[in-house]
Ligand binder design. Structure first.
Ligand code: FAD
Ligand code: ZN
Length: 471
């Protein structure tokens, strides 16, 4: 009798071809650790299917062998969701070979793409048709559409276009028993009972494997304005947000906040980056777009910024004069995560709050953290327009980062308790993965947890889909 592992490997090989079943430890290594290098797992194998039928075969093989499945896209997730546990009992199913754009439909303003298409590839296919796919993340060169759907990714254009959930019209997924959930429909209206596709959006691979999705497209912007604004306080930034929304309506696409420390860090690790317009405790990166070529957008933005400076809500602003300069300003914001990774470990929080509670929260949280962890440095940045901040905490300059990380639980508790007290969420866009499972149980109501467990039991009764994640 062959051992069960051998039978499974033989079946995986039959399903996807020998070249696409990886078992050598060195070849598996990149699939077994996360982008931050925080989690290291092990696996029976990494299987790379190329079609929905192959995914289905792989899932059936794992089900018969009673082996867990860890779906993986670009492996850029920030909560360890795409990395298997250290027990080595699971198969990683990596979707990057499912990388076809199946259809661009300009009349319906939709794109149908497979799970493994990189986000940048979805954007490029839309642009080639003269349209816009607005989801935009700093990881867009490596993250995949399937990963975006499975994490309900947010990013820098949510203010206008919504997060991935808002952009997803239909999807196809392979369920835990290998059957295919067929809802690849490009409909903006479809009230035919429960909207089951929503279950897979943001499920982090715990309910099935997303194999393709139909996403909304939009008119491409023809007039764009990018500005970096120095502001005297977080309250002033929020006043500026209101002023710009009143002036621009939904043409305000992005409103990104950066604390001075975050901006410094970004510039330190990316020499040649432009200086900010003035010394300030906070900066805001503003993006405004219009679909028409002759829009009065630049004048509207300049007038709103002038008004803000007059009212004391802004100190000074740099308005990009070229596409190149706009890219440089965006790079300041997008390079912060990479700069933080290079600067060493720090406590990460991905929080959201009602914008109206933000100023009070920031003051309370800073005071509590400094009292508990003297010398801690707050590296705060993120999508203020959506009420979502990456509220990261580094240790004092003279304390080794690894040593400060022993305080991580203390710091996280202070932040997340205050977030909860202000009506917020401890995970705005990065999900739960393995990093925030305890937080989920702590902050979600019993009723919500019980319903989540019931959904999980129904779709994955044997707990094979991404075991040890989320719940
Ligand atoms: P992975 O990391 O491979 O997987 C993420 C989760 O989804 C895992 O639980 C995995 O099991 C599951 N999964 C992946 N593919 C599938 C599938 N086909 N079917 C079922 N489950 C699947 N996120 C934001 O929301 N906003 C940001 O602004 C943002 N900025 C980032 C910047 C940087 C520099 C980095 C490194 C990450 C950033 N992220 C951001 C996080 C990350 O890029 C997103 O979560 C992204 O959506 C993950 O896609 P992925 O293909 O890399 O998925
Ligand atoms: Zn973000």
């Amino acid at each position: 009798m062959p051992e069960p592992g051998a039978t499974l490997l033989a079946r995986l090989t039959r399903a996807v071809g020998a070249a696409h079943v990886v078992t050598a430890p060195s070849a598996m290594a990149p699939f077994l650790t996360d982008w931050r290098g925080r989690y290291r797992g092990s696996a029976v194998a990494v299987a790379l299917p190329q079609s929905t039928a192959e995914v289905s075969e792989v899932v059936r093989a794992c089900a018969e062998a009673d082996v867990g499945i860890v779906p993986q896209g670009g492996n850029t997730g920030l909560c360890g969701g795409s990395v298997p546990a250290a027990t080595g009992a699971a198969v990683v199913v990596c979707l990057t070979r499912m990388n076809r754009v199946r259809d661009v439909d300009p009349d319906n303003m939709t794109i149908t793409a497979e799970a493994g298409v990189p986000l940048a590839g979805v954007q490029a296919a839309a642009a080639a048709a003269g349209l816009l796919f607005p989801l935009s993340l700093a990881s867009e060169g490596s993250c995949t559409l399937g990963g975006n759907v499975s994490t309900n990714a947010g990013g820098t254009a949510v203010l206008r276009y919504g997060n991935t959930r808002d952009l997803t019209l239909g999807l196809e997924a392979v369920l835990a028993d290998g059957s295919v959930f067929p809802a690849l429909r490009g409909l903006r209206k479809d009230n035919t009972g429960y909207d089951l596709k929503q279950l897979f959006i943001g499920a982090e691979g715990t309910l099935g494997i997303v194999t393709a999705a139909v996403m909304k497209l939009f008119p491409a912007p023809r007039t764009q304005v990018t500005a970096l604004v120095a502001v005297p306080s977080a309250a002033a930034a929020i006043a500026l947000l209101g002023r710009l929304q009143a002036a621009l309506g939904d043409r305000l696409v992005g409103f990104e906040l950066m604390g001075a420390l975050a901006l410094d860090l970004s510039r330190r690790y990316h020499p040649g980056a432009p200086p900010p317009p003035a010394a300030a405790p906070w900066y805001v990166l503003v993006q405004a777009d219009d679909a028409t070529a002759d829009a009065p957008l630049p004048a509207l933005v300049e007038a709103a910024l002038g008004g803000a400076i007059g009212a004391g809500d802004a100190l000074d602003a740099t308005v990009a004069q070229s596409l190149g300069q706009a890219r440089e300003l965006w790079a300041l914001r997008e390079n912060i995560s990479e700069a933080q990774r290079r600067a060493g470990p720090n406590v990460k929080n991905d929080i959201s709050l009602p914008v109206s509670r933000m100023t009070h929260f920031l003051a309370a949280c800073e005071a509590a953290l400094i009292a508990a962890l003297p010398g801690a440095r707050l590296v705060v940045f993120g999508h203020l327009g959506d009420g979502n901040l990456h509220y990261n905490i580094s240790g004092p300059e003279d304390v080794p980062a690894e040593r400060f990380m022993a305080q991580a639980p203390v710091a996280m508790r202070i932040v997340n308790d205050l977030v909860a007290a202000h009506g917020g969420s401890f995970s705005a866009e990065h999900g739960i993965g393995q990093l925030k499972r305890d937080e989920l149980v702590r902050y979600k109501s019993e009723v919500e947890i019980a319903l989540m467990r019931a959904v999980k039991r129904t779709l994955d009764p044997h707990h094979r889909m991404n075991p040890g994640k989320v719940l």
